[in-house]
Ligand binder design. Sequence first.
Ligand SMILES: [Zn+2]
Length: 371
Amino acid sequence: MRTEQIALSPLAPGADLSLTVQRFGTAGARPRIYVQASLHADEIPGMIAAHHLRERLTVLEAEGRIRGEIVLVPSANPIGLSQRVSGSHIGRFNLADGINFNRGYPHLVPKVAERVEGRLTDDGEANVRLIREALRAELEAWEPSNPAEVMKKALLGLAQEADIVLDLHCDAEAVVHLYTHTRSAEEFAPLAALMGAHAYLLADVSGDEPFDEACSRPWAELADRFPDRPIPFSCHATTLEFRGERDVDHETARADAAAIVAYLTLRGAIEGTAPTLPEPLCRATPLAASEPVPAPGYGILVFKAQVGDRVKAGDAIADVIDPLTGATVQAKAPCDGVMFARVALRFVTRGMRIAKVAGTTAQRTGKLLGA
Ligand SMILES: [Zn+2]
């Protein structure tokens, strides 16, 4: 393992920040895999999975079994990691401006398209090299306006060079689920099965430029823009949601790391016998069919459904109880599907999204992710 530090811009004079990057295998070799944990800095299940993954990769490297290069950023957000307010860890939003650390990545496609127009050929591999160069140049030209953007630029710079990007997150209370680009459905189906995912959510554009889409969308959109030139989809990226924020234990994290190693073996990044895939627990469904459940009133939230439960439209998912009058209203499932995530709060305000149900019929439009 080779460790390097990337200096970020200081938050204030003397308050220096850096990213720690750990590399396994041969520098520059392919396939190149990029794994980062805890971009939302208070989501620790990814960080513990990365810890166990590093142990596995260290052994595999000593055995000479890393074929390409695996780049690991085991703690991707030093800004969010240091944010505490009255004892609570705030790792999802930048306290400086309220912006989600997993939104607002630069959409480089228009300028990259200008840069490669007229230079693409019938050689797909040469086109991939040309597009990677253009992505690099356009990201380089992007001028961050604050320390969080400097960090985003550094992370995207590492990730967009990779063939496969795994961004490790978690939800508040949840079963394992994944988000990816529609055209990466086949790529990550084995990983979804190996991880035991209960929902596998696909979108072309989910809104507000999350990290995984900053990596993947250029390849889909440039292929559409230049249909007469071969442009292989060359950066598959997925957001892996490792259950709920308190699901941090060695046994689970070891199993998660083992699932990632098995998937990377299947993809040829690690030498070994390809794993036998378990029967998937779910099939891929559109993110636009994933419906939030709004709280129907103010009050005490008492869930009736557990994460991972299959529900039918109209099923009562939770009671919401007015603490003064005792009046109780029920939050109901908006569609048939799997309730794959729910909030950790137990007192809610009317309209608050308290759970998510992965349905099968795409109905939603516009921005598909929550705040
Ligand atoms: Zn997250």
